[in-house]
Each structure stands twice: as structure tokens, then as C-alpha cells.
Design a protein around this ligand. Structure first.
Ligand SMILES: [Zn+2]
Ligand SMILES: [Zn+2]
Length: 296
């Protein structure tokens, strides 16, 4: 099971009911934070995502609306007596940003590691693939995949003479007692994939990364195509474009996020996105869903 929670769905300026960009992905009791705009700590508390169980932070880019919640969050983790290292990933330019953020956060008793996200990496069970977005500054989206092992075959386990006490370990994909999971597991099954892509113009990299995803959370800054010129100028998408991108990727769900502060009613933008992608949902602070493996 993989749980996704939108903590902040605004872009540029926060509103009373809409904090700036942040989302949490939770697996196995651990949380990964995507972006950390102003208000992220309030969102973590309000929507029940434990900062104490934070495994990593993935930054898309270094515009203030995506990172200004970081110094306070790092201080809070210190006050929670964190001792384990925290790794913060982001696109190129991370060294300068790390200096600025740490100057504000002050020295911490736990190590804060800053890592340029230019290759796939893993955090706990999640396989994370950064990919380039099309914004005004270096910016990357993230595909977070939870793999699923093949089906356990008890007949094969018995035929191979594998003691029953090893079965559970092999089922988890681990080798034990000289036996390997390949001896008893079928082909890997469809896992879960969540893709976070903001800020960006629509681009082929999003379609590729989000293909067949369970959920795409994507930049939907402008509700109306009348703002298309602005979207192109500032490196964002209109809701129509976001819906078309999701449809091209054949995602199962689309959550619109990163709304302009000028968007007070999300319904027209949702309708524009649904023209191409009926599975679109208007994101809001606190929107959450638990994604489950297919029943096969
Ligand atoms: Zn932004
Ligand atoms: Zn931006």
C-alpha cells in the first residue's frame, strides 16, 4: 500500500486554504516529502503525516514556493531529537541552495545530506526516477515506483524441498538457507507508480515518466486557456494541457495541483482537464488516497 497526500496545492502565493507546493508519499510507515513550500509543516500536522518518520525530501526546483518551508522543517526535525541522516534531493544548483537553507536552519545534530538527483535512486522500498521538466529554471519531476514481486507458488516450494519456515522470507524476495526467490516466485507483477510533475510546461518527458502510472500529480496553474500565453511565458500548464498530458500517458488518476492564486474556483479547470482525462480530480490541501496493488 502506498499513500499519497497533497499538503499544499498553491503556486507562487499561499492562500488561507491553500498552502504552497508540497506532497507526501507514505509506504511502510515511512514518509517521503515532495517539495516543501510555505505551510508544509502545518499540512503535515493537519493531515496526519509524521515528520518524525521522514525518510527523504525530493525538491523539484528552487523557486521559493517549493522550498521556503525547509528551514523551519529542518529545525523541527532537530527539536524531535532526530539523529538519523536526512537526504534532500534536487536538480542542479543544489550546492548553493543547501548553503542558503542551512544558514537559515542553523546547525543540526543530525546530518543533512544534499544530493543532486541526476540518476535513479532508492529510498526504502521505493524506486525513484528523476526526469527533466520544462520550466524557467532547472527542474525535475519524480516517478516513485513500488515494485511487486511475483506470486508465490507453494507447489514449487514443496517440490524444491524448501522448509516452510523459509517461505515468508522468500515471498518477500529475500534469499534464505541457500534458496532464492526465483525458485518459488512467478514473474514480477504490476506494482504502483506515482509521478509528481510541477512546475512545467507539458512535455514528452512527463508522458514517458507517467505512462500507465496509478497517479499523476501535475502542474495545473491556469484554469483557462485564455492564460496560455502566460503559461508558456512562466513555464506552467493550463488545465486543458494537463488533462491532455495525462490522457497521452494513460494514467489511472490525475490530480491537478499548483494552482495560481487567481484560481478561486477549481471547477472550470477540472472540466477543462476532464475533456481529455475523465479521471482528473481537482487537487486540494489534504486530498489523500491509499493506492493498492491490483487484485491479481
Ligand atoms: Zn511553483
Ligand atoms: Zn517554479
Amino acid at each position: 500500500m502506498l499513500k499519497v497526500t497533497l499538503l499544499g496545492t498553491g503556486g507562487t502565493q499561499p492562500l488561507p486554504e491553500r498552502a504552497l507546493a508540497a506532497a507526501a508519499v507514505s509506504v511502510g510507515g515511512h514518509n517521503i516529502l515532495l517539495d516543501c513550500g510555505e505551510g508544509t509543516q502545518v499540512g503535515l500536522r493537519r493531515y496526519g503525516v509524521s515528520a518524525y518518520r521522514l525518510s527523504a525530501v525530493l525538491l523539484t526546483h528552487y523557486h521559493g514556493d517549493h522550498i521556503l518551508g525547509l528551514p523551519g522543517l529542518l529545525q523541527t526535525l532537530g527539536s524531535l531529537n532526530r539523529t538519523e541522516p536526512l537526504t534532500i534531493y534536487g536538480p542542479r544548483g543544489i550546492e548553493a541552495v543547501s548553503r542558503a537553507i542551512m544558514a537559515l536552519a542553523g546547525p543540526q545534530a543530525y546530518p543533512v545530506r544534499w544530493q543532486q538527483a541526476d540518476a535513479p535512486f532508492t529510498v526504502n522500498e521505493l524506486q525513484i526516477t528523476p526526469f527533466p521538466l520544462t520550466h524557467r529554471v532547472p527542474c525535475c519531476g519524480y516517478a516513485l515506483a513500488l515494485p511487486r514481486a511475483g506470486k508465490f507458488d507453494p507447489a514449487r516450494a514443496r517440490a524444491a524441498g524448501i522448509p516452510i519456515e523459509y517461505w515468508g522470507t522468500l515471498q518477500k524476495g529475500e534469499t534464505v538457507g541457500g534458496f532464492t526467490p526465483e525458485q518459488v516466485l512467478g514473474a514480477p507483477r504490476r506494482g504502483l507508480k506515482v509521478v509528481y510533475a510541477t512546475d512545467s510546461r507539458p512535455c514528452p518527458a512527463i508522458v514517458d515518466a507517467a505512462r500507465d502510472a496509478d497517479l499523476l500529480c501535475m502542474d495545473a496553474t491556469y484554469a483557462d486557456d485564455a492564460d496560455l500565453d502566460k503559461a508558456k511565458l512562466y513555464g506552467h500548464a493550463t488545465c486543458r494541457e494537463t488533462g491532455e498530458t495525462a490522457a497521452a500517458a494513460q494514467v489511472r488518476r490525475l490530480w491537478l495541483t499548483h494552482y495560481s492564486a487567481a484560481v478561486s474556483d477549481t471547477a472550470p479547470g477540472l472540466a477543462a482537464a476532464r475533456a481529455a482525462c475523465p479521471a482528473a480530480v481537482a487537487g486540494y490541501d489534504g486530498l489523500t488516497e491509499e493506492l493498492e496493488f491490483d487484485k491479481t
